[in-house]
Design a protein around this ligand. Structure first.
Ligand SMILES: *Cc1c(COP(=O)(O)O)cnc(C)c1O
Length: 354
């Protein structure tokens, strides 16, 4: 039996994508060759990369607006330093909303002065800071749109003339936004787009080429743009599966369509958490993530029963991150509404038992 997969990442992908990906590993589109044994310079793969890059910009509504989409390696974690390497001349601002922001800050500090413009660290990152003022002399302001570990999500982005850089690893393609407010968006594939192994980087081209330092080729966005994201051998499998997932999303009706489903899933679990005295939510209500719902059990004596019930129902991956504890239900694009229904039924059954 297929499990209800609430894993935080790597995580659930659409069934149809998995099937097609599995087939392509054996034989790509009747070519007599496997996806992973052909040259990345073959016409078939060049087309796959082009489709993936086009789909990414299309889904975000950024095609024809001066942006380029790249599929790079090294995870979102490499972008923590890459962003600074390419953009940081003197000073950059960071909004510190959790573990991933902190890691981004640590890397950027190697390249210039970092201003922590706002932070929710004093409350273990259970909310999103608001109403802060942004210095005007920053090379860029860095945000984490969705805090995978703490279950908070930025609902309103700051308006500023400072270029915005956003780590969207765990909510890319999940909700409608005016993506043109960002100058760089990056996202590790394995949360909402594909398997681990590639990172989508969407860059506004006119932002580049302004720092005085020399940039090694592999870290230089301009080099990757100049080579159509094929400067070196790309992670062909990860790019292919990401392409399939983006195609799946486009066929569904794009971000607007999936946003509706994501809202239903989030409403379902959060209303249960609010009404059910056995559970309490971790994140501030107005900042709760539609992707990762974090919650605790209020009566520890019920924990064992709850875990056992979840296991029996085939629920996978809801243990919270060690820095928050409790539970975390990740509800990425490919997670069906029914899976959330199964979890919520167990939560209310536990209340009746408890
Ligand atoms: C998972 C995650 C990362 C780290 O991604 P890697 O690809 O493992 O480097 C960074 N930022 C956010 C918001 C994440 O959820």
């Amino acid at each position: 039996m297929k499990k209800h997969n609430f894993s935080a990442g790597p995580c659930i992908l659409p069934d149809s994508v998995m099937k097609k990906a599995a087939e392509a590993v054996i034989e790509l589109d009747g070519s007599g060759l496997s996806l992973i044994e052909i040259s990345h310079r073959s016409a078939a793969f060049v087309q796959i990369m082009e489709n993936a890059r086009t789909l990414a910009l299309e889904l975000l509504g950024l095609d024809g607006k001066g942006y380029q989409a790249l599929f790079l390696q090294g995870g979102a974690s490499s972008q923590f330093l890459n962003v600074a390497y390419n953009l940081l001349e003197t000073k950059a601002g960071y909004i510190n909303t959790g573990t991933w922001s902190l890691k981004a800050i640590k890397e950027a500090k190697l390249f210039g002065e970092i201003v922590e413009v706002a932070s929710s660290q004093e409350d273990n990152f259970n909310y999103i800071p608001k109403g802060y003022s942004i210095p005007t002399d920053l090379d860029y302001l860095h945000l984490t749109s969705n805090n995978t570990i703490f279950g908070t999500q930025i609902k309103e982005f700051p308006t500023t003339d400072v270029p915005l850089v956003c780590d969207m690893s765990s909510d890319i393609f999940s909700r409608r936004l005016d993506f043109s407010m960002f100058d760089i968006i990056y996202a590790g594939a394995q949360k909402n787009m594909g398997p681990a192994g590639t990172t989508l980087v969407v860059v506004k081209e006119d932002l580049l080429g302004k720092v005085s330092r020399k940039i090694p080729s592999m870290l230089d966005y301009k080099v990757h743009i100049g080579k159509d994201s094929m400067f070196n051998t790309p992670p062909v499998f990860a790019v292919y599966v990401s392409m399939l997932t983006m195609q799946w999303l486009k066929d569904l009706g794009g971000i607007a369509a999936i946003e509706e489903v994501n809202e239903k899933k989030a409403n379902l679990i959060y209303s249960e958490i609010e009404l059910n005295p056995v559970f309490s939510g971790f994140a501030a209500k107005e900042d709760r993530s539609n992707m990762n719902a974090t919650f605790n059990i209020t009566d520890d004596t019920l924990k064992e029963t709850f875990d056992e019930m979840c296991k029996e129902a085939g629920i996978n991956g809801i243990n919270g991150h060690r820095s928050v504890g409790g539970y975390r239900a990740s509800m990425y694009n490919a997670l069906p509404l029914e899976s959330v229904g199964v979890l919520v039924d167990i939560m209310s059954e536990l209340e009746r038992k408890g």
